[in-house]
Design a protein around this ligand. Structure first.
Ligand code: PHE
Length: 521
């Protein structure tokens, strides 16, 4: 019978330990074999741990390792719960219960001890120990000349709590359930769940462990060894090693979706690699009057070094100055004293329309041809920060120029753009921009929020802006812009901008978030 299932399993587990170079395994010639004779169809890892005097976790490791070798053993998971002493419970086993400690601190005889002295002598055990000792009838309270004193009512005590806990720790207890429950309430014990395994002989059971081949090599074929060798089965459940690759931030994921839509619609990208712009391109070229509130330092970040731009196209500057101050090309202008110094001030660009202005000017200078441009990049505004606003964000902007296009074309292209983003319902509301006329805010219906939300701004660029650049008079130009942050936050369910941008961003969020696929059509 010693060569029964359990015995051999035990040998195998031991062999696994030896193979792994784990020490501390006792020999097999121990009297514990007797235990196996009583039941033969499986052994629990917990039992093995006791018998082999090994850590249970190590036994489980060995079983798993045996399991991975194929069908040598079968292991079935089992859970059981067991009581364990808490730190307080263990300290009682070591030093005695609170009530026993308090009892010991009270001197025998009628004299007793004043309560404050007793408390001092027994520290943390004092309060609870005293009440338990009184409850147990070991001590009594008496008042003597205004002093509360405690005296013994019995000569000796039996510390049952300590005794019970000792037994419970050894697992040999006959302690009743309601007592255990009481100890649990007193936080002396806690129940822990143990996961163990019942091991049985597998179909391919053997007592010799042969290393399994992981690959069929030319050598194995040539030598014929493949006929007798054991092969390790493929583990199709293995997850593979995570690749140490970079991850795109959600903003960049959504950006690449926008980029694709623009590309599909035949737009080409504008160079946006300049965060610093002169006021000239950011405002003046766009026919924003120099006293416009947006040019105030409450709304715009001005640079102190270098405070001024060094180059502005002189002839074009003259035409811009004229159209602002006295009017031109059939416009009466704003009629104010336009100042070069104001236009030369460097700013952190407040919109990507500054880049569009440069592109339209370049287009006119190089000889006009119908064009569609887009950009997606960072802009800066000196705004009050809150949950949805930072002083920097990204703008998505599209610009279309062609001969004789109308407001209808703008409505159509914006509808198409949003349709490709998966937004079917858009509405327009008249608005005002110094550089476009007419101007329209764009609203989209949000099926989740069940309401219309503002998604962008748009308009037909004014002749006061196009004609000084040299754009032919029959050419119309329109554009629209939106933020990148807003759709990203909606898409990824982020409601605080600080969770998306800035020092509080959780890199794990960047790592975990899925690819962005807008429901494009
Ligand atoms: N520049 C505008 C904004 O900042 C967007 C816009 C672009 C409007 C092009 C009209 C035309 O909101």
């Amino acid at each position: 019978r010693l060569h029964g299932v359990k015995f051999t399993i035990r040998c195998l587990v031991k062999a696994e330990f030896l193979r792994k170079g784990l020490k501390g395994i006792t020999t097999l010639s121990q009297p514990t074999h007797r235990m196996y004779l009583t039941h033969t169809d499986g052994v629990s890892s917990l039992q093995l741990a006791t018998e082999l005097e090994e850590d249970h976790q190590k036994i489980v490791g060995a079983i798993k390792s045996l399991q991975s070798l194929g069908d040598i053993v079968e292991a079935e998971q089992a859970t059981s719960s067991r009581w364990e002493l808490t730190a307080e419970g263990s300290s009682i086993v070591k030093n005695g219960s609170h009530e026993a400690l308090v009892f010991k601190a009270v001197p025998p005889g009628e004299e007793g001890i004043p309560q404050p002295d007793l408390m001092k002598a027994t520290g943390a055990s004092g309060k609870i120990g005293m009440s338990k000792a009184i409850q147990a009838g070991w001590l009594k309270v008496k008042k003597e000349g205004g002093v509360t004193k405690l005296t013994r009512t019995v000569e000796s005590i039996v510390d049952t709590v300590k005794k019970n806990l000792e037994e419970l720790e050894k697992g040999t207890s006959t302690v009743e359930a309601n007592v255990i429950n009481d100890y649990k309430k007193r936080k002396l014990m806690q129940q822990v769940t143990v996961t163990s395994f019942i091991v049985r002989r597998g179909a391919g059971f053997t007592t010799t462990i042969e290393k399994q081949e992981t690959e069929l090599t030319p050598e194995l074929i040539a030598s014929g060894a493949w006929k007798t060798k054991k092969f390790k089965p493929y583990n199709f459940n293995a997850l593979g090693t995570p690749l140490a690759v970079g991850h795109l931030h959600p903003l960049l994921k959504v950006r690449s979706e926008f980029l694709e839509i623009f590309m599909e619609m035949g737009f080409s990208e504008m160079p946006t690699n300049k965060y610093i712009e002169s006021s000239f391109w950011n405002f003046d070229a766009l026919f924003v009057p120099q006293k416009h509130p947006a040019r105030d330092d409450h709304d715009t970040f001005f640079l102190s070094r270098p405070a001024k731009t060094t180059s502005v196209p002189e002839d074009y500057l003259e035409r811009v100055k004229k159209v602002h101050s006295v009017g031109d090309f059939g416009s009466q202008g704003y009629r104010y004293e336009w100042k070069r110094e104001e236009a030369e001030k460097n700013v952190l660009r407040t919109h990507t329309t500054a880049v569009s202005a440069r592109m339209l000017h370049k287009l006119a200078q190089e000889g006009f041809k119908p064009s569609k441009f887009f950009s997606i990049d960072k802009v800066f505004r000196n705004e009050t920060l809150d949950a949805t606003h930072l002083a920097e964000f990204h703008q998505v902007e599209g610009v279309v120029c062609d001969r004789n296009i109308t407001l209808g074309d703008l409505l159509g292209i914006i509808k198409e753009f949003f349709r490709r983003l998966g937004i079917e319902k858009v509405r327009f509301k008249p608005a005002y921009n110094p550089y476009t006329e007419p101007s329209m805010e764009v609203f989209a219906y949000h099926p989740g929020l069940k309401k219309w939300v503002e998604v962008g701004n748009s308009g037909m660029f004014r002749p006061e802006l196009l004609l000084p650049m040299g754009i032919p008079p029959d050419v119309r130009c329109h554009g629209w812009g939106l933020s990148l942050e807003r759709p990203t936050m909606i898409r990824y369910g982020i409601d605080n901008i600080r969770d998306l941008v800035g020092p509080r961003v959780d890199l794990q969020m960047v790592y975990n978030n899925p690819l962005c696929r807008l429901d494009k059509h």
